[in-house]
Each structure stands twice: as C-alpha cells, then as structure tokens.
Design a protein around this ligand. Sequence first.
Ligand code: HEM
Length: 390
Amino acid sequence: MSNAPHFSIDVDTFWNDPYPHLRQMRADAPIAYVPQLSATVFTRRDDIFTCEKNVAVFSSDQPGGLMNVLMGQNLMRKDGDEHLAERRQYYPAVSARAVRSVWQAQFEDHAKGLLDALEPKGSADLVEQYAMPLSAQSLKSLTGLTNMRFEDMDAWSQAMIDGISNYHGDAETEQRCHKATAGIDAAIDDMLPVVRKRPDTSLLSVMLEAGMPIDNIRANIKLTISGGQNEPRDAIAGCIWALLSHPEQLEQVRRGAAGWGQAFDEYCRWISPIGMSPRRVAMHHEFEGVQFEPDDRVFFMFGSANRDEAYFDDPDAFRITRDTQKSIPFGAGPHFCAGAAASRALVADVAVPRLFERLGDLRLDDSSAVKIGGWAFRGLLNLPANWTRS
Ligand code: HEM
C-alpha cells in the first residue's frame, strides 16, 4: 500500500456532493490514501495530467479486475502497443470525420423523433423522456446494434456499470450484469451477418472489417455500451439543468454572445460525468514524495482536477464564458475518450440546442426537486420540467 497520508470521507456525503472533500484533499493532501475507497486518490490537475501518461507505472491493465472478468478485456484495460493497435481499429467508426459525415444526421433524426412526441405533452422528466432515450438511440446507431430496444441499451449499460463496481460481491448485481452481457452477445450474433453482407461505419462493422478477433469486438462493444450511455445522458440532462438554473447564461447563448459548445465544455468541467478512472500500480514508484507499491489501487479524480483552483478561479461556479481548455473531463493520456467527438456532436450540436429551439419557454417545475448524485459517475437522477404546449 502507498505511504500517502490518510484522508477519511463519509461515503454517503461523498456520493451526494464529493466537491467539499475533494477541495480539502487538494489543499491538505493532494495525493491521499482514502480507507473508505481502499485506494490512493489523485486530486490535483497537474499530477493527474502527468501520471496518466506514465502507463508503465500507472497501468490500465487490471488482470482479474471486475471489468475484465465480467465484460472481457477491452481496449481501455490494455496498455502500450497492444492498446494503441486496437484503438486504431476502433477509432475510424467514431472519428470526427465519421461523426460529421454519418452520425450527426442520425443524431438529428433521433432528437427530432423524441421532440415530436414530447412537445405536445407540456411537461416531462427530461432525463427519462429525452436524455436517456436520445443517448440510447444514438448508441444503437454508433455500435451497429440497431436490433436492440433503447430501454435495453440503457438497462444493460447500467447493469454492467453496477457489475464492475460490485466490489462487495452482491449476487443479484452480478446476475444482472451476466444477463446484460448475454443480451449484448445475442444482439451481436444477430447483426454479424447483416454487417458482413453490407459493411457500414458502425463500430461492429469497422472492427470486423479491420480483422479484430471476435472476442475483442464483443469486449469493445460492451465497453462502448457501459461507457457511452450514461455519460452523454448525464451531459444532456446536466447542460439543460445548468442553463435553466442560470437563465442569464441561457440568455447569453440565445442572443449569440456564447455558444452551446461553451455550455457543454463548462458543464463537463463543472460536473464531470466520469469523475474517476482507476489504475493499478505496475512497479515500485515514487511521485511527489509518495511511495507506491506494485498492485496499489490508484484513482485519478477527474472531477477534482476540473475544479483545481490552480487553473479555475471560483471553480464551484458554473460560468460558460470561462476558459475550459485546461479541464480534462475526457481524460489526459493515451486513453483519452474515443467518443469525445461523438459526444460533443450529440450533446452540444444536437440534443441541447434542438430542445431549447422546440420548447421555447422551457422551465424547471421546481429546482429543489432535481436530484443529482455520484462521484465515480455523476449525473441527474431526474429533471422535471414544463413548457407551453404547441
Ligand atoms: C460526455 C460523454 C463522455 C465522457 C465525459 C467520457 C469520458 C471518458 C473518459 C474520462 C475516458 C478516459 C478514461 C481513462 O483515462 O481511463 C473515456 C474513455 C473512453 N470512452 Fe468516453 N466519455 C463519454 C462518452 C463516450 C462515448 C459516447 C463513447 C462511445 C461511442 C465513449 C467511448 C470511450 C472509449 C472507447 C474509451 C476508452 C479509450 C481508450 O482506452 O483508448 N465515450 N471516456
């Protein structure tokens, strides 16, 4: 175990609002061992920015880790050349060019279909009836699993996320995760002959055409579903909530003094959908006076890095005109999010602007009724809102 100074947290408080604890850690013990998490956590932006690139020491390869056991070893759990080779086979399906030329138009269609159904209602929970289905429909397109129901895409994503953080070994959680991965495997089996006959830009087809072994394709599709459903969902709902809760800033966007992209960047800095990423220490190492031993568990706290006072003044405030270039909500190393271009197009170019264009006088039902939670993954649990029916 590392010899980092200990810092204790109250786990429930941390789930409800991790930022006060993280601020304290940045000030008193920026690299601290947190007994309640059984991990040494990094809270300062520069330490994470430096160490995430040192893959020889801070490894993503976690043999026996829950993600490998339950979902198969995917590209995010590999290091070095092996990782880069697989990423090169994966990336063309989600590159900025593929997003511009193929996916953006499909995101627009999905958003229009949902807004056509939503507009006449006059009120709704926008997590359940907009952000979640739009993220799931878009992920069906991106993965190529268009034969899945969007409800399954969301439920199976959650079941895998619960499964890979099921450190206390709850049997029901594990069963639900196995059911989800079996469902995804069946959907892949169903679509393989289709994309073999007519290759397209989807992840399934692109990885197949690149000659990736089928077990790796299955593992990377499961990674995409586990890491590509909740995050865009939380960014869509979060951006809408943040702008409705800061009407003067929504007005700035509406009159063109700021862009939807700035609102997206600032939201992902302010409340990073992925607040933490784990690493396994691969060899003895010393960093900033802390000694690390092989197999130590390390957490890079992106949610803290993005509120680091060294880079962001008044970091707890949502301010869309601030410079967010130093924030790292998509990571800061070789594992930088492969879906970043797709997420930006989905959330900042389609989901949020189309909603505010169609529901002109959108407002929150009651801001105190909005619930938010989580530290490893953080997002809204609900977003009750209303507007004048057309
Ligand atoms: C707002 C939405 C999203 C956020 C904030 C986000 C954030 C992240 C972060 C922080 C990482 C790095 C993890 C690390 O360093 O260990 C990551 C990796 C990854 N993300 Fe995303 N993500 C989002 C959406 C997506 C989507 C929609 C997809 C798929 C289409 C996706 C696919 C991936 C993949 C494949 C990796 C692993 C890349 C590698 O290991 O080389 N993400 N994401």
